[in-house]
Ligand binder design. Sequence first.
Ligand SMILES: Nc1ncnc2c1ncn2[C@@H]1O[C@H](COP(=O)(O)OP(=O)(O)O)[C@@H](O)[C@H]1O
Ligand SMILES: [Mg+2]
Length: 343
Amino acid sequence: MTFEPRKKLRIIVLVHEDLVPPDSLDGLSDKEKLEIKTEYDVTSTLKKMGHEVYPVGLYNQLKVIGDALMEYKPHIAFNLLEEFHGYPLYDQHVVSYLELMKQAYTGCNPRGMTLAHDKALTKMILSYHRLLVPNFAVFPMNRKVRRPKRLKFPLLVKSISEEGSVGIAQASIVHDDEKLVQRVEFIHRQNKTDAIVEQYIKGREIYVGVIGNQNIQTYAPWELVMEKLPEGAENIATLKVKWDPAYQERVGVATRAADLTPEQVKTLERLSKRIYRYLFLSGYARLDYRMTEEGQFYLLEANPNPQIAHREDFADSAEYSGVPYDQLLQKILTVGLNYAGRA
Ligand SMILES: Nc1ncnc2c1ncn2[C@@H]1O[C@H](COP(=O)(O)OP(=O)(O)O)[C@@H](O)[C@H]1O
Ligand SMILES: [Mg+2]
C-alpha cells in the first residue's frame, strides 16, 4: 500500500527537551537561533505546508512519547532526536520503541542506526562486500595501545561512535607510535569511548545524500572545500571546520556541488545505493567519502538521519538536485509512511 502524499497529516516532532522550537524566532539571540535551527526549520515548514504539528520534548522518559501517541494519534513521528538520556547511541532505542508501538516515523530504522553508529561494524560489513574502506583497528578504553603491523602511517585517530567531529583536529593525523598512543589516550579521556584508528586517506572530502527504503535515490555529490588552508594542514573536517564560524572564515570553508565527471557521479550514485542497502539503512542518510587522486572513493562513515536544517548540506544538495526544502520534508514523510519494516 502506498500513501497519498497530499493528505494533511498529524505529526509529532520528537526533539530534545532543550530544543523545543518556539512559534517564532523573534527576540532570540543568534546563538539561540542557531541551537534550535533544525527543529525550527522543520516544524515551521511542516506547518506552512498545512500539516498539524506537535513538538514533543524528550530527555529520558519514553512515557512522554506514549502519552503524545495517545493524545495526538499522529500519522507519523518526525524523528529529530540525536540522543536519549544524554547518550547519542540511545537514539536507536527510541526508534525501537516507535516500532514496538507500531508507530510510523521518519528516518532510519533501529538496525540501520545501530550498524551505522559503529564505525568499525560499518567497515566490517562493507569490506565483506569488497568495497573500499580505510584499513583500521579499534583501541578499547582501559587497554594498552599496540599498533598492529598492518596499519601504516599516516593514521587518523577518532572516536568509534562520536558524531560531529568531536575529538577531531589536525593532531588526529599521526605519523609515529608515540603520537598515536597520545591521541588514542586523548580520545579515551575526552570522548570516553573506544578509539578507532584508520589509514589516513588523502584526497577530496565528498558527501552523498541518499533517501528512500527499497526504492532509493541519491542527491548531487557535495564537496567540502577549504580554500585558504594553511601550509601543511590537511583538508579534514575537524571540530573547528564544522562548528567555528570565525575559523571557517579564516580557512575559507565552503560546501558546494562537487565538480566530478558524469562517470564519477554515476559510480558514486551506484556505490552509495549499494552501501545504503548493505548497512540496512532506511529513511534518509548522508554518506561521507574521501576521494583519492586516482579517483577511488573510500567510505568514511554513514550518517542516518543527517542534519536537515534549511541551507545545510543535505538540504542544499537536494535543492541543487531539483528538490526544494518543503518537498524534501514531504518526501521524508512519505518515505517514513511507506516504510514496510514495521510489523
Ligand atoms: N580515515 C580517514 N582518512 C581521512 N580523513 C578522515 C578519516 N577519518 C576521518 N577523517 C576526517 O575526519 C572527518 C570526521 O570523521 P567522521 O568519521 O566522518 O566522523 P564524524 O562522525 O565526527 O563526522 C571526516 O569528514 C574527514 O575529514
Ligand atoms: Mg562525518
